[in-house]
Design a protein around this ligand. Sequence first.
Ligand code: CA
Length: 442
Amino acid sequence: MRQPANFLDTTHDAALQSWVASANLPDTDFPIQNLPLGVFRRAGSQEAFRPGAAIGDQVVDLPAACAAGVLAPDVAVSLAGCERGELNAFMALGRAARVALRLALSEGLREGSVHQPALQACLVPQAEADYAVPCRINDYTDFYTGIHHATTVGKLFRPDNPLLPNYKWVPIGSHGRSSSIGVSGQQFLRPKGQTKGSDEAAPVLRPSQRLDYELELGVFVGQGNALGEPIPMAEAEDHAFGLVLLNDWSARDLQAWEYQPLGPFLAKNFASTISPWIVTMEALAPFRAPFARPEGDPQPLPYLDSPGNRENGNIDVSLEVLIQTQAMREAGLPPQQLSKSSYRDAYWTVAQMITHHAVNGCNLQSGDLLGSGTQSGAEPEQAGSLLELTAGGKQVLRLANGETRTFLQDGDAITLRGHCERSGFRRIGFGDCQGQVLAARD
Ligand code: CA
């Protein structure tokens, strides 16, 4: 029997408190109602990366918890195959395994749990942990579900024809590059590539001068599908494991020169950064919202429609972008907010991305990453990229310390944050997704 996406159980109870005191602080991203999964090791060590769950400012070492006998045998077995720091084997097991692990962790970490002494010994402070990409990402697909982003950017590239006629019918996407995906803390060199100014007769190979971020969510695929077997909408979320924040760094000058006719290539494959913790679909259950098309827009074709998607296909995630320049860092200034938006404004849902991806028989595999596309709101200040915030580099952005930006400069660090809030439920968050651009190689 399939549960609706907003199905709740005891693990969502807002009154639950943990014996890990930091998990009970009102502004923590990781209360006991969240329990996101990732892979970690002690910072600076040569230990193997291994699965962990975030609780407050701590990580539960899951193999250690299994070895201590705290997790039931079936839960421990479900984590077998993940010892080398890749969650794929667990992700492939689907929802039932996730629910069992979530319940076991929730019960073990609650105030008064008999497992407290044993689990206490399995905690590692997050401040003393390093993270890796949580699974082997075989394929990365980047969708384009932010209609406000698509419209604003379309205006810059094609003033007369901003939103192409296919946009409201087909979830647009492109195949990305998984080898350059890194976890929060990623540093990368400013990419070089061919660019051609409007006043130049020929393109030149040089470092990008229009380097940008993109505020996105990433969907990790849990169970895959066999080649040739589409995924109907009613089953689509059975294949979703959870969400991360995703910064799809983009070199706009490379993009402008290369993107026609086949779309972005070197403009986007030099780095992509994700947050280390996967917030599971179960943790997101209280924050589901109806999916509806604006008045006058075409309804999705029947294969992209389902009662479940209409009732709660959307997920209400508040998103935020912050910048910390080299000068801010040196002056001890905290990151400054650039914009805020919400995943509720996406034009296509997680289920629609999955179903559309497989409608031609394409096989998704456990650990595949689907980017949501840049999530901008309707208002100019809700833009999820500098391309939009500066109107293609024409409007200078003034920072609080007096610096200005059109696009990113060397040393700039961008942090994405996301959280879910709803009356009657505990606030949950995604943790930081931070990346930094370094000077191009000579
Ligand atoms: Ca993108």
